[in-house]
Design a protein around this ligand. Structure first.
Ligand code: SF4
Ligand code: SF4
Ligand code: FES
Length: 345
């Protein structure tokens, strides 16, 4: 049964800016607005800092629904009528400045663009220090972007106007230029959530870098120096960032993967892990975590004996098979598919 106002379109892939499953779950803007009538009370549980000495709490508010109400309208209603000290940021109100990003019911959204729901939990973005309530400190991101020097240094003299550039050459860089620095992707990234365990710059700084590093006019040596500061191979290609991006930038396929390819070409040592993985699979028809660790970390990989014992007990590694280089029956097909496994480093 489709609620009135919704259009039943049988899509499986995100098209026209819709998320996967949005239509099937009756979660379109029209469907959401049809669930509420003007005057209905919305329940918002907003995460607030320092209200009590006990730290963060969720404060509940009842907000009367108005037609076409956005999350930002509900927050403004609270600030005007119930909690004047509620801290949240916004500027343009029209999906352009990226300052209003929050998490609604566990999902990163732009408050100025997201339709309200009858029950909402509103929280600040993850992976950034909270200044107060819904306001996060963006210094970490801004410093990282500045350190990557995301501007073009030409390696050839200016060719004059119009420059000889094709749409194909600029395809990925121009998609990255749609970024509004909202940090939704940074909040959604599980690798950034690991904190200092990796030196990964995160999706938002990589998108900023991609705007110039994927431009063919950029000096490859400068691009190499910038990419070396990103820890880009820590990205596990989980696509969480792409799912969260309100600007619908193909962050992984259009920015991170092309940057990884550039890194592998300009500094093969950075891509030691993927090259080794590819080589092992091509030679032996399977992933051998033992050989992978040895090839990437060398003898350092043998230092943690407790971890090695655990991996052995769970049958994750098999030293005999690793030492003898035993192949599976898939080795021939894998070698054909992967071109003989010619890994570089
Ligand atoms: S694809 Fe990479 S950058 Fe994006 S969320 Fe996953 S780990 Fe983070
Ligand atoms: S890539 Fe998308 S989600 Fe990430 S900061 Fe830019 S606009 Fe926001
Ligand atoms: S207020 Fe500018 S993007 Fe939401």
């Amino acid at each position: 049964m489709v609620p009135p106002g919704d259009v039943p379109v049988p899509v499986l892939l995100a098209v026209d800016g819709r998320r996967l499953g949005q239509v099937e779950q009756h979660d379109t803007l029209a469907a959401r607005n049809s669930r509420l009538a003007p005057g209905d009370l919305l329940t918002l549980r907003v995460r607030r800092s320092e209200i009590t000495a006990g730290g963060d709490v969720y404060q509940e508010f009842r907000v009367p629904y108005q037609k076409w109400m956005r999350v930002l309208d509900a927050l403004n209603w609270i600030a005007e009528n119930a909690a004047p000290d509620l801290a949240f940021r916004w500027f343009c109100g029209s999906k352009m400045c990226g300052t209003c990003a929050v998490r609604m019911n566990g999902r990163e959204v732009l408050a100025c663009w997201e339709a309200v729901e009858p029950n909402m939990v509103i929280e600040p973005l993850r992976n950034l220090p909270v200044v107060r309530d819904l306001v996060v400190d963006r210094t970490r991101y801004e410093e990282k972007v500045a350190s990557l020097q995301p501007w073009i240094e030409r390696h050839e003299p200016y060719a004059g106007f119009p420059e000889p550039l094709t749409h194909k050459q600029m395809k990925n860089a121009s998609k990255a230029l749609d970024c509004i620095s909202c940090m939704c992707c940074y909040s959604a990234c599980p690798v950034i959530g690991l904190g200092n365990l990796t030196d990964f710059a995160g999706p938002a700084p990589l998108v900023q870098l991609g705007q110039t590093a994927l431009d063919p006019r950029s000096n490859p040596q400068k691009v190499r120096r910038s990419i070396e500061l990103t820890g880009i191979f820590n990205c596990v290609s989980c696509y969480k960032c792409e799912e969260a991006c309100p600007a619908h930038i193909p962050i992984v396929s259009g920015v991170i993967e092309p940057l990884k390819a550039k890194a592998a070409q300009l500094n093969p040592e950075m891509a030691r892990h993927p090259f080794a993985l590819r080589d092992i699979v091509a030679r032996r028809g399977r992933v051998d975590p033992g050989e992978l660790v040895l090839r990437v970390q060398g003898l350092r990989g043998l230092r943690n004996l407790t971890r090695l014992w655990r991996l052995f007990a769970r049958r994750k590694i098999d030293p005999i098979k690793t030492l003898l280089g035993i192949k599976t029956s898939a080795a021939g097909a894998a070698a054909r598919l992967l071109g003989g496994g010619a890994g570089k480093p």
